[in-house]
Design a protein around this ligand. Structure first.
Ligand SMILES: Cc1ncc(COP(=O)(O)O)c(C=O)c1O
Length: 453
């Protein structure tokens, strides 16, 4: 980058992001993201790409020295099974989310499996969830031998549509598994009202929604319990890891026993001859994972602010491009976690350029993007579950007939969304304000030259 553009970048600032980038040593990466040769031609037609692989903040982020102190101490101590650092991480995560208690587990999938299990979800129950989610949300319901029932989505917000949720309630419905997809809060007021009216449990799948806020509350602290993932791509990455948060002591104590072979909360996790009181698995986090988590947690709040500010800025530009509909937030959302940024793409505004080709063109610009989720309830894993012995025993012929299941769970809005969404990865939102302008400019260039692509 030349002196002029560097000065311009510093002068313009980036909604607080530049200060953060400077402070965190990410300036070099962000600076490299600014195009040195502005081009009005898309890269797919031969122009130089706007960004290259090193332009973006590397994810997961790791700061030598600073991040390594706790990790090295923990590895050198030889105390690797859960102990003080896991306790410390749990206390900090509960505080960060605004919940009374937190229990860590090996990943988000097992956080959901354990939480559903301890909430009493079992064979013969129905759990309403969204089809627009990562498969783990659904596998967690199946792992408890319950029936996933899909409510359709609101195409503007991508979140589960409360009206559709209410239509799917039957006498067998026990819980709503609300997923804050892409890290953006679902319509929690409406969902909680439906749950209260029908006496249903609400479990929040907040696996993508670290520190997102709705109505002044942190996501994960609104329902009966919330589950988080700390998998490598997540906004708080540990590689693998998960957590359950709740204000209910008895529930978290019960989750603790479930994650530790049925040994009661407060008992030593290294016990070989304790008294176990329940059938349970063992899905404990390690000390060195907690050490990584504690280092990542230090910067999560500032990064969340940066992502939110950049996402809002990006949407303010994309909304003016015909055929591009940025994802909408509910009015009560104070802050999104923006695990992914997304907009819906309408090929008719791009000379019928197919979405896959549009994404290819954006990737050629150097942007990390994809088409997101595929329709899920028609996949083979569902047939596998419905044909299993336990499903045959607890559900009737109609319920376990895969063709009928697919029909009952068809969600047309979700299907349209799966065919029209474009996702951009969260580390993109840690770029500069100029990067956001570059994304809008790239899309406009692709549109202008769509007939040649
Ligand atoms: C919405 C959602 N639910 C559940 C999970 C499962 O988390 P994990 O990958 O940590 O098992 C993920 C993450 O991958 C997710 O995105």
């Amino acid at each position: 980058m030349g002196h002029t553009s560097r000065r311009k970048f510093i002068q313009q600032g980036s909604l607080g992001a530049a200060g953060y980038l400077l402070a965190s040593g990410m300036m070099r990466q962000a600076a490299a993201a600014i195009p040195s040769v502005p081009s009005s031609m898309p890269a797919i037609l031969g122009a130089a790409p706007r960004w290259h692989a090193g332009s973006w903040v590397k994810w997961p982020m790791w700061k030598q020295g600073e991040d390594e102190r706790l990790l090295l101490d923990s590895v050198r101590s030889g105390v690797w099974s859960r102990a003080k650092l896991v306790d410390q991480f749990e206390a900090k995560w509960a505080e960060a989310v605004g919940a009374k208690r937190c229990l860590t587990v090996v990943n988000g999938t097992n956080a959901l499996i354990t939480a559903l299990n301890r909430l009493g979800i079992d064979a013969g129950d129905e759990v309403i969830t969204t089809p627009y989610t990562f498969i783990a949300s659904v596998q967690a319901i199946l792992a408890n031998n319950a029936m996933p029932v899909f409510a359709d989505v609101d195409p503007a917000t991508y979140q589960m549509d409360p009206a559709s949720v209410e239509r799917k309630i039957t006498p067998r419905t026990k819980a709503i598994l609300v997923v804050h997809i892409l890290g953006l809060p679902a319509d929690m007021d409406a969902i909680m009202a439906i749950a209260n009216k029908h006496k249903l449990i609400v479990l929040e799948d907040a696996c993508q929604a670290h520190l997102a806020e709705y109505g002044g509350k942190r996501i994960g602290s609104i329902g009966k319990a919330g589950c988080f993932s700390f998998q490598n791509s997540k906004n708080l990455p540990i590689g693998e890891g998960g957590a359950i948060v709740s204000n209910d002591d008895a529930f978290i104590d019960s989750c603790f026993a479930a994650h530790n072979l049925g040994f009661a909360y407060g008992t030593s996790t290294g016990a070989v001859a304790g008294d176990s009181f329940m059938k349970a698995s063992k899905v404990r986090l390690t000390e060195y994972q907690a050490a990584i988590g504690l280092a990542q947690l230090e910067r999560l709040n500032a990064q969340t602010d940066t992502r939110h500010q950049n996402a809002v800025y990006l949407s303010s530009m994309l909304k003016d491009i015909p055929g591009v509909k940025p994802i909408r937030l509910y009015d009560k959302v104070n802050r999104g976690a923006w695990h992914l940024y997304s907009f819906r793409y309408d090929p008719t505004a791009f000379r019928n350029l197919p979405r896959a080709r549009f994404i290819e063109a954006l990737r050629k610009e150097g942007l990390n993007c994809s088409g997101g989720y595929k329709v899920m309830h028609t996949q083979e894993f569902m047939r596998d579950a419905l044909q299993s012995r336990v499903y045959k025993a607890f559900y009737n012929k109609q319920e376990t007939d895969f063709a009928k299941y697919k029909e009952r769970n068809a969600c047309p809005q979700n299907e349209a969304l799966c065919n029209s969404a474009v996702w951009i990865t969260q580390n993109t939102l840690l770029g500069s304000r100029q990067d956001m302008e570059g994304i809008a400019e790239s899309i406009r260039n692709i549109q202008r030259h769509a007939d040649k692509i």
